[in-house]
Design a binder for this molecule. Structure first.
Ligand code: FES
Length: 141
């Protein structure tokens, strides 16, 4: 019997061998919040210390509630899974509560990613926070 190995099986194994836990791998493979929001209320960009780039799109209701978030990412698997997890944490929160989301909160959702990828979580969180701060400043909040 021939077992067919799909690309995502191969990716899963590679990431698992590298130290990514299953939730982190799911976020990376599904990439459910990758892309942009056409009528975003805020678009902000941040470059990480590694040179990777993240752009965040925020849809905010009543100047207050995070309705939707999308990321465009030129970066690694850690960056992608961290950003996707950060969106799940932020959706439905007020902007002020989303500013309280920490790297540790994202790590807890991911369960584990390699230690040398922890700065990627930082980039995901900082990019979102930058977007919220810029939104607040531009709207006098
Ligand atoms: Fe740059 Fe992961 S190595 S964000």
């Amino acid at each position: 019997m021939v077992t067919q190995i799909t690309t995502s099986d191969a990716e899963r194994k590679m990431l698992s061998d590298a130290g990514y836990a299953d939730p982190a791998i799911d976020y990376y493979i599904e990439k459910k919040y990758m892309g942009h929001i056409v009528d975003a209320d805020q678009v902000s960009e941040k470059v990480g210390s590694c040179g990777d780039i993240m752009k965040v799109y925020l849809k905010i209701d009543d100047n207050k509630l995070i309705n939707d978030v999308r990321y465009e990412i030129t970066g690694c698997a850690g960056a992608i899974s961290a950003a996707m997890a950060a969106v799940d944490l932020a959706k439905g929160k007020t902007i002020d509560n989303a500013l309280k989301i920490t790297d540790g909160d994202v790590f807890n959702v991911l369960k584990n990613i390699p230690e040398k990828k922890h700065h990627c979580i930082q980039l995901a969180v900082k990019t979102m926070h930058k977007g919220i701060q810029e939104f607040k400043t531009e709207n006098g909040l």
